[in-house]
Design a protein around this ligand. Structure first.
Ligand code: MLT
Length: 425
């Protein structure tokens, strides 16, 4: 492609332009500062490509989300979370033998080192599960240190996915003062997690595989989302040479923010606030439209999707069926459905592209499945784990990879000299 021409102070600079496999076009500015002493300015990197990646493609205008070229709609309907983990990390759907080996490894690495149970004893019951999760994942490096042997990394990837659900379930059990339920080798990934959480094997539910399949679908839909805040954090920490566990732990911390992964918890907190205030959802619709009112609808809108979040469409289709099959009657869910209906009919939200996003519906389904609200973001982290790992591995293999070191524009004091305290006033 023809280079871009940039004119600064009557000087013209040529910058290479290239396109990706989906015809996204980028200007390569790597040499701009050396040529012109000028840097670009893009707080939050909202319009800056940090890397070339072959893992996930998003078209925000068309509402497209694909993992390694496969649409999330197809994967949610036909695949499994464990198979999607393999796809994201290895780049291809597994053969039957490859999948069986992958499943066997995940099953037989789900136990935590018994000494790690002591860590849980040190946390107060009130500790937020995300802070426990981040600390425990970082601590895995103490038991499984990184080495130069590539097979160790392969095994640590397995350990991370396999042990994450055990750490999550143990932190929940600790928070409610219940004994830990250990992993079972005869259950699938999601069945095992639900059993460790609720100590109720899948067969105890009136729809034995419905909860596990619903959780599988939710984890698939959260499995990756290109260079979002937590994934960019994983790449940035990894760019310093930090090990996999430290990088993922940093990603978990980034995800814990209410503007990112904790938004699903904020949705339920919002619904509970509306319910406590008499359930008048129309009152809160008007509050959300009032620019002088700080109240905003949580779980609506998205920085990347300019119309609808494709993940929300998949979950919405499933939520109605799952809630009726589970026989769930929950006033919060009724409020949620009223909010969704009114917001979708109101031009105020349509004009601002404020459609329900993945966090709006996932919080409703997690609640219907009996998962406590403060565990919702942990569920997001469990789903995102394969994406973080795939992106971290890709960043390590990137020939252009270097330590992330953005520049800045300094706006502070120009040079001044020290004055003794008696001369300050
Ligand atoms: C995500 O899935 O990571 C969230 O939608 C946030 C984002 O992509 O920026």
């Amino acid at each position: 492609m023809d280079p871009a021409k940039l004119v600064i102070n009557d000087n013209e600079y040529e910058l290479p332009v290239f396109a990706g496999s989906e015809d996204e076009v980028a200007v390569d500015i790597r040499k701009l500062r050396a040529q012109s002493k000028v840097v670009t300015y893009d707080p939050g990197y909202g319009n800056t490509g940090s890397c070339e990646s072959s893992i996930t493609f998003i078209d925000g205008e068309k509402g497209i989300l694909r993992y390694r070229g496969y649409s999330i709609e197809e994967l949610a309907e036909k695949s499994s979370f464990v198979e999607v983990c393999y796809l994201l990390i290895h780049g291809e759907l597994p053969t039957e033998v490859q999948l069986d080996i992958f499943k066997h490894k995940l099953t037989h690495h789900s136990l935590l080192h018994e000494d790690m149970k002591k860590f849980f004893e040190g946390y107060p019951a009130s500790a937020h599960p995300m802070s426990v999760l981040s600390a425990m994942v970082a601590s895995l490096a103490a038991y499984y240190p990184e080495s130069d042997d590539p097979s160790d990394l392969d095994l640590n990837v397995i350990r991370l996915i396999a042990k994450l659900k055990t750490i999550a379930a143990f932190s929940y059990k600790k928070s409610i003062g219940h004994p830990y339920v250990y992993p079972r080798n005869d259950l699938s990934y999601t069945e095992d997690f639900l059993n460790m959480m609720f100590a109720v094997p899948a067969e105890a539910y009136n729809s034995p595989d419905l909860l596990a399949l619903t959780l599988d679908m939710l984890l698939i839909l959260h499995a990756d989302h290109e260079q979002n805040c937590s994934t960019s954090t994983v790449r940035m920490v990894g760019s310093s040479g930090a090990d996999l566990f430290a990088s993922i732990s940093a990603g978990i911390s980034a995800l814990s923010g209410p503007l990112h992964g904790k938004a699903n918890q904020e949705v339920i907190d919002m619904l509970e606030r509306i319910q406590a205030d008499g359930g008048d959802y129309n009152k809160y619709i008007e509050k959300a439209k009032d620019k002088n009112d700080p109240f905003r609808l949580m779980g609506f809108g998205h920085r990347v999707y300019k119309n609808f979040d494709p993940r929300a469409k998949v979950i919405k289709k499933t939520a109605d069926r799952v809630l009726s099959e589970l026989g769930i009657r929950d006033p919060l869910l009724d409020i949620a459905k009223h909010l969704e209906r009114v917001a979708l009919e109101d031009d105020y939200f349509g004009e601002r592209k404020l459609y329900p996003n993945v966090d709006f519906y996932s919080g409703i389904l997690y609640r219907a499945m009996g998962i406590p609200t403060n565990m919702f973001t942990v569920m997001f982290a469990m789903g995102r784990m394969p994406g973080w790992i795939a992106q971290w591995i890709e960043s390590k293999k990137d020939p252009d990879a270097k330590i992330h070191r953005p520049r800045q524009i300094y706006m502070g004091s120009t040079e001044r000299h020290y004055r003794p305290i008696e001369q300050r006033g």
